[in-house]
Design a protein around this ligand. Structure first.
Ligand code: AMP
Ligand code: ZN
Length: 469
């Protein structure tokens, strides 16, 4: 398995610390609102990475945090007149619902910043002791950035460049206690109306960059295999994590750093602050969230990905093609008789697996892996028919299921049968409505079904329906 490592800017062979084990940490969302589909991108791609590693026989210890103390959470809490804890609880629950819809597996551990304050205080104390951090007069604790000689190694920035960019920052209010404008906050004093914890320096709360170091070490160890997140986290978040963690522990923090590209809209990063976002919840009103997952995996995770209605429609059509092949197999399997395995089919299927693995081994090239799935679908459509033996049909099914499972795509079962049931329930409801002369509701149902590609035909024998091609 080759992984593009942001640290070295090269694709490198993955060598785990412990054989057949992966220690992986993925920076999770700040839980002040429901997540947008940009936030869903790292969730989906790194979940797919995790599934693929498990498929290759690794035991993956996957830790992903919830940032539950932050300015935005405090603002939301004040706006909704509730505590920060209530805001976080609410949006963690909402986020978990979205993850379930996207078929993103729960992490091995989902730590929360506010539950790990003691660990953060220990780390900050350790950094002060080692000369890597200092307390300013107002109680703020800063990291002494220049003291960490390798600062900038992840983002490939050199300290002098940073100096040029931030020359005036020290004169800004709030920065008075800093020795150097490059220093960043580890602990900040409480303000009116904000949650706080006691510490040796002052009542206050941790800066954002400290939590991940503490949680990664606690749940995975001082050195981990992979640290991941969106590319906006490279600087300063991950750079600052490396500085704190390596200064305190004296060992490398993470061997590999993986970063996903942005989900854009009209060429701009989708984000809450630009107000150009769709939430996962918005999308779920129009599409099965499997379509969103498939859309994300149709691109390479490091490429920027533009979100558009056309591309979502294309993703839907693509996923439907796979589901149709799956349904056809299930249909044929109902009436198939035992016969013989076909070595030619088995050999061909091995080729599909090899090609799929080759794509995924190349820095998780899900775009190529999706092409292999489409080739497999084509092969299934030309190979499987009423004369195929049970063994052959099962082999085809197993192959399609294995590849789509790795992608976290549910293409068997749930699909048609459930959908058929839903359609029939709606048709019955429409008949009821018509009986009650509620023609408005009847038409609504017809339109709703039409939107989903279901065409109704009122015949003398009753209502017939078919799927639009
Ligand atoms: P945040 O809640 O802003 O800390 O974001 C949680 C995760 O979502 C981080 O890994 C971000 O890098 C990632 N993220 C946020 N916006 C986007 C986007 N438009 N495209 C891809 N990833 C994003
Ligand atoms: Zn983080």
């Amino acid at each position: 398995m080759k992984i593009y490592n942001t640290l070295t800017r090269r694709k490198e062979e993955f060598r785990p610390i412990e054989e057949k084990k992966v220690r992986m940490y993925v920076c999770g969302p700040t839980v002040y609102n429901i997540i947008h589909i940009g936030n869903a991108r790292p969730m989906i791609v790194f979940d797919t990475f995790r599934r693929y590693m498990a498929h290759r026989g690794y035991e993956v210890n996957y830790v992903s945090n919830f940032t539950d103390v932050d300015d935005k959470i405090i603002k939301s809490a004040n706006e909704e007149h509730v505590s920060c804890d209530e805001i976080s609880e609410k949006y963690i629950a909402e986020c978990k619902k979205d993850m379930e819809g996207l078929n993103v597996l729960p992490a091995t551990v989902h730590p929360r910043a506010t539950r790990e304050i003691d660990g953060m205080i220990d780390l900050i104390g350790d950094l002060i002791e080692k000369g890597y951090a200092y307390k300013a007069e107002d109680g703020t604790v800063y990291f002494r950035t220049r003291q960490f000689k390798e600062y900038g190694k992840l983002s490939h920035k050199n300290i002098d460049e940073l100096e040029a960019g931030h020359g005036r920052e020290l004169k800004v209010a709030g920065n008075e206690g800093k020795e150097d404008y490059l220093d960043f906050v580890l602990w900040k004093p409480k303000k009116e109306g904000e949650p706080f914890w006691p510490s040796p320096w002052c009542d206050g709360r941790p800066g954002w960059h400290t939590e991940c170091c503490v949680m990664a070490k606690k749940y995975l160890g001082e050195t981990i295999d992979i640290h991941a997140g969106g590319e906006d986290l490279i600087f300063p978040h991950h750079e600052n994590e490396i500085a704190q963690s390596e200064a305190a522990n004296g060992v490398e923090f993470s061997h590999y750093w993986m970063h996903n590209g942005f989900l854009n809209i009209d060429g701009e990063k989708m984000s809450k602050s630009l107000n150009n976002f769709f939430t996962v919840r918005d999308i779920s009103k129009k599409y099965d969230l499997q379509v969103l997952r498939f859309f994300m995996l149709s691109a390479h995770y490091r490429s920027p990905l533009n979100f558009s209605a056309e591309l979502m429609e294309a993703a839907k059509a693509g996923l439907d093609r796979i589901k149709t092949a799956a349904d056809n197999l299930d249909f044929l399997l109902k009436n198939a008789s035992p016969g013989e395995e076909d070595p030619a089919v088995s050999d061909r299927l091995k080729e599909f697996t090899a090609k799929f693995d080759e794509a995924m081994d190349d820095d998780l090239n899900t775009a190529d892996a999706v092409s292999v799935i489409f080739e497999l679908v084509k092969y299934i459509n030309t190979t499987a028919d009423e004369n195929s033996s049970l063994e052959v049909l099962n082999a085809l099914k197993e192959e399609l299921k294995s590849l789509t499972d790795v992608m976290g795509l549910i293409v068997f079962g749930s699909g048609e049968e459930l959908l058929d049931k839903d359609i029939e329930a709606l048709i019955n409801e429409r008949q009821e409505a018509r009986k009650n002369k509620d023609f408005k509701r009847a038409d609504e149902i017809r339109d709703e079904l039409l939107n989903k590609g279901i065409i109704l035909e009122d015949t003398r024998q009753g209502v017939k329906w078919k799927r639009a091609d």
